[in-house]
Design a protein around this ligand. Structure first.
Ligand code: PMP
Length: 284
């Protein structure tokens, strides 16, 4: 069935949606994006995604073509028009179309596109029960990973490397330390302590990360925001990832070695429950 998508102020059937071949998102990956999950027809962590979008745009001297409250209305309208119960809303804003030139154009109008992906049972994925397997790969992305740009080629290659190795995802390593997963933040648990890389330009500041760490602290769990190595991860009791689409997902194997007892850990499972319960309460 054809979806209704949003393109530059209009709701149109997906086959009628058009973007210029001169769009800088297409030519230069000159654009940013957000992915917000929908559970039970409601948006999870919407305000935080909107805030991060503003920041990404600001870092690239781009302006949002729509106001924050308008953005919420567009998200809601797409959920309604496409009858989404569980799924994702993808939003992309680019600098717009201009004659090809490396310098930013002076007067381009930003392009905005949103579309939905229906994922019935998103919060009950079987992988949450079994856990996922990751491999480690070198982090070969650019240095401003805190900006959520659409340059996703290396993460995409990382997923393919994982697939080729019979794993589900890859954790990226820079200067001997794990930065993050290809599309998620990475964590290990040792004893009662949750360890995840500190914020900086080296990782995306995950919206799910911020929420999960806040819930962990509220639940009196100890959190250390610092870099860790793959060796340390292999000695950990548990590992997991977080993202808007996977929530909290246990990791049971790294580079072919089982973590802890090789089963999803209790901290990851508990955080997943808390995150889902609490975010659903606040969903809009
Ligand atoms: N890191 C990277 C590189 C990502 O692509 C994502 C998801 N887009 C995340 C972390 C997780 O961020 P969030 O919790 O906001 O989905």
């Amino acid at each position: 069935m054809s979806r209704t998508v949003y393109v530059n102020g209009q709701y149109v059937p997906e086959e009628d949606a058009k973007i210029s071949v001169f769009d800088r998102g297409f030519l230069f990956a000159d654009g940013v994006y957000e992915v917000t999950s929908v559970l039970g027809g409601k948006l999870i962590d919407f305000a935080a995604h909107a805030t991060r979008l503003e920041r990404s745009l600001g870092e690239l001297q781009m302006e949002s073509p729509v106001a924050k409250d308008e953005l919420l209305e567009i998200h809601r309208e797409l959920v309604r028009a496409n009858d989404i119960t569980d799924g994702l809303i993808y939003l992309q804003i680019t600098r717009g179309a201009a004659d090809r030139d490396f310098a930013f154009p002076e007067n381009a109008t930003p392009t905005i596109v949103l579309f939905t992906q229906s994922k019935p049972g998103l919060a009950n994925s079987p992988a949450a029960q079994t856990g996922i397997k990751v491999i480690s790969i070198e982090d070969q992305r650019w240095g401003r990973r805190d900006i959520k740009t659409v340059q996703l080629l290396y993460p995409s290659m990382g997923k393919m490397m994982a697939k080729a190795a019979g794993a589900d995802d890859a954790w990226m390593v820079e200067d001997g330390h794990v930065t993050e997963g290809t599309s998620n933040n990475a964590y290990i648990v040792k004893g009662n302590t949750i360890i995840t890389r500190h914020l900086g330009n080296e990782i995306l500041h995950g919206i799910t990360r911020a929420a999960v760490l806040a819930f962990a602290r509220e639940a009196q769990m100890k959190v250390e925001e610092r870099a860790f190595t793959i060796d340390e991860a292999l000695q950990a009791d548990e590992a997991f990832i977080t993202s808007a689409s996977s929530f909290v997902m246990p990791v049971v194997e790294i580079d072919g070695t089982g973590i802890g007892n090789g089963e999803p850990g209790s901290v990851a499972q508990r955080l997943r429950e808390i995150y889902l319960d609490e975010s659903l309460k606040k969903a809009v």
